[in-house]
Design a protein around this ligand. Structure first.
Ligand SMILES: Nc1ncnc2c1ncn2[C@@H]1O[C@H](COP(=O)(O)OP(=O)(O)OP(=O)(O)O)[C@@H](O)[C@H]1O
Length: 337
């Protein structure tokens, strides 16, 4: 378990002080994939780098499996860091070394024997699907392959935690998918806790269990991905989610409509219930679906429909009340003209 307590990081120079992380407290459970989300400058990298003390906090504690890293001396910290792997947006590979040597480097640092290194590197390259690139140099690899080397190197010393600093931001969408699938496999099969930072909600939607949303150095919202996607509280969170779940009708289409336009959100098992058809049978209204989509987040359905209702105003209102009571959310986008 990773416990961050009252973490503050202030960058001070002669001229001014910049707050990187502003009093953050959170707990990351063993075996989960935890995302830290926010716009540029929100403090994501600073917070992530404080988790292995690459960045030393100005105050506060980082406690991993009961050990407060801020109290360790240099030698103890080096030992503790072996159990915290890290991968980077720009891979950070040594260009003059082969794939094998890049991965072996992490094991040499941990003073492993030649035989152990040979065996472990081969295992790792197999795990990340790069056995045939063992003797290649980084310049001969694609971005996705470079990140696989980065992942193999980060896993070399059997860490319990893997920190990912915008690990897929330099990759195209399909390579991103394959790297995310690899991270998920590592998490599920090896039980490694993964903490990742990203500004891409697609990444979050694909693999995270829980997320923290950051703004101005603070965590402004934290919860399971499903709860955050289905019930975001903060404006910033809503705008992030909007980038993935776009359900708006174009203005020109809205203007043409004469009925009441409603947006309905169905969560979980509700998405499978026949709420809309029951409503149409119960009330004297006509319903016209203008847009509909079911997304799967953490394998749970989230349905969003935009409908136009026409009929007597009282009856339309009753239909709206009925749907409101049986769904997760209903918003009247436009009243009848
Ligand atoms: N080494 C540093 N010296 C001074 N200020 C810094 C330093 N590193 C980060 N900051 C400042 O701390 C704040 C948080 O930066 P940080 O890089 O953690 O944000 P971020 O959310 O990771 O953004 P990005 O996605 O652009 O990396 C910013 O205001 C930034 O300018």
């Amino acid at each position: 378990m990773i416990e961050v307590r009252n973490l503050v990081k202030i960058y001070s120079s002669k001229k001014n002080k910049v707050i990187g992380v502003d009093n953050v407290s959170l707990t990351i459970k063993n075996g989960e994939i935890f995302g830290i989300v926010g716009y540029s400058g929100a403090g994501k990298s600073t917070l992530l780098r404080c988790l292995n003390l690459l960045e030393r906090p100005t105050s506060g504690q980082v406690i991993i499996d009961g050990v407060d890293l801020t109290t360790l001396n240099k030698k103890e910290l080096r030992q503790a860091r072996l159990k915290i792997g890290m991968i980077f947006q720009n891979f950070h590979l040594v260009s003059s070394k082969t794939v094998f040597e890049n991965v072996a480097f992490a094991l040499k640092a941990a003073k492993k024997s030649k035989e152990e290194i040979e065996k472990r590197v081969n295992e790792l390259l197999e795990m990340v699907g790069l056995t045939d690139k063992r003797d290649a140099y980084p310049s001969q690899l694609s971005g996705g392959q470079k990140q696989r080397v980065g992942i193999a190197r980060a896993l070399a010393n059997e860490p319990t935690v893997l920190l990912c600093d915008e690990a897929t931001s330099a990759l195209d969408p399909s390579t991103t998918k394959s790297i995310l699938a690899l991270l998920k496999k590592i998490n599920r099969e090896l039980g490694i806790t993964i903490v990742l930072i990203t500004h891409e909600m697609e990444v979050v939607k694909d693999i995270c269990d829980r997320i923290a949303v950051m703004q101005n150095g603070k965590v402004i919202e934290l919860g399971t991905v499903y709860d955050i996607f289905t019930n975001p509280k903060e404006e910033l969170t809503k705008s992030f989610i909007h980038s993935v779940l776009q359900f708006e009708l174009p203005d020109h289409l809205l203007k043409k409509r004469t009925g009441t336009i409603i947006k309905i959100q169905f969560k979980g098992e509700m998405a499978e219930e026949a709420v809309v058809s029951d409503m149409l049978q119960t009330f004297k209204v006509k319903g016209n679906i203008l847009h509909g989509k079911i997304e799967y987040i953490q394998d749970m359905p989230l349905g969003i429909f935009i409908m136009e209702l026409t009929g007597e105003p009282d009856e339309v209102q009753r239909a709206i009340d009925y749907i409101s009571a049986r769904t997760n959310g209903l918003e009247v986008i436009a009243s009848a003209a």
